[in-house]
Write a protein that binds this ligand. Structure first.
Ligand SMILES: Nc1ncnc2c1ncn2[C@@H]1O[C@H](COP(=O)(O)OP(=O)(O)OP(=O)(O)O)[C@@H](O)[C@H]1O
Length: 290
């Protein structure tokens, strides 16, 4: 099948995967468009990694139809594999090689690789190009892993928890990298535990809990659909902080304005974050989530 013959980069229907008595994936449907950055979010054990591994062709399934770039990953050819970029959690690149040597070496595996120097720059490792892998920090190592995932010039990049262990600055740099790849037309599917990462990066996301998708959409729509109430908070004249959840925050503020005869001390009006929606849908309390 050629690139023009399939509409969805990833098309999954009724996916089921069991490990013995555990149903890790329990009937997932996914339609990910070409050029989209798509996030899979969910608590530990929700089935995200299993789903991504099946998309990569690295894990078999018990039921369901799966099409990735027009092919079934279970029978993906070498040519198909060269179009799907995978970022391994534990890349076993030789520790004695330099960054430049490693990226060049991996480029040799692909029919139409990207320019190694361009890829090293894309992941922000120019200054480390001559460093041996064993001398890289954890975050730099992870960026090298991403470089190796994109060196083949993939049409689809699958990332399983790409920024785990990153410091905040490295995480933001990584987001820029993902945006640059997306701007280049690469379809990107990533799993993450970080809600702010999803808000910052993805066009659409699916929230997964216990092997099922419990919500799907763009972050703004999910916030609106599942978190309609706002929180109005203020401070009473005796200094007591008060907060009220309401579907009509303007009315609450108007009432308070009358009551206070003008300015309302300590007034804030906040809309639910994606995190609030996520915790509600996955049934996790704030405490459990920490
Ligand atoms: N190789 C395996 N053998 C047996 N059970 C497994 C295996 N891999 C995963 N599981 C189980 O399948 C379920 C889903 O696991 P999975 O790793 O897909 O979840 P996840 O959403 O990626 O979790 P996390 O966020 O912790 O990475 C869990 O109950 C897990 O214990």
């Amino acid at each position: 099948m050629t690139a023009q013959e399939y509409e969805l980069a990833v098309d999954v229907r009724g996916l089921i995967k069991r490990y013995g008595g555990v149903t890790a994936v329990d009937g997932i449907d996914l339609g990910i468009r070409r050029g989209e950055v798509f996030g899979l979010l969910g608590p530990n054990g929700a089935g995200k990694s299993t789903t991504v591994e099946i998309l990569q062709g690295n894990r078999d399934r018990d039921a369901g139809e799966v099409s990735v770039l027009g092919s079934d990953p279970a029978t993906g050819t070498r040519a198909w594999r060269s179009r799907v970029g995978i970022v391994w959690q534990d890349e076993s690149a030789p520790a004695e090689l330099t960054v430049r040597e490693t990226v060049r070496h991996f480029a040799g595996y692909y029919p139409r690789p990207r320019d190694p120097e361009e890829v090293i720059a894309l992941v922000g490792l120019e200054a480390k190009a001559e460093s041996r892998i064993k001398a890289l920090s954890g975050g730099q190592r992870r960026r090298l892993d991403v470089a190796l995932g994109v060196i083949g010039g993939p049409d689809l990049l699958l990332l399983d928890e790409p920024t785990t262990g990153f410091d905040p600055a490295a995480r933001r740099q990584f987001w820029s990298l993902i945006r640059a790849l997306a701007d280049d037309g690469t379809t990107i599917v990533l799993t993450t535990h970080y809600l702010e990462e999803a808000e910052a990066l993805v066009h659409r996301l699916a929230i997964v809990a216990k092997g099922r998708i419990v919500a799907e959409g763009d972050p703004g729509t999910l916030r609106e659909r599942y978190g309609t109430e706002a929180t109005v908070a203020w401070t009473e004249p005796d200094g007591t902080p008060r907060a009220e959840r309401t579907g009509t925050p303007t009315r609450t503020v108007t009432e308070l304005t009358h009551r206070f005869g003008g300015e309302i001390p300590g007034l804030t009006v906040s809309r639910p974050t994606l995190e609030d929606v996520y915790l509600r849908l996955t049934g996790q309390s704030q405490e459990e989530a920490r």
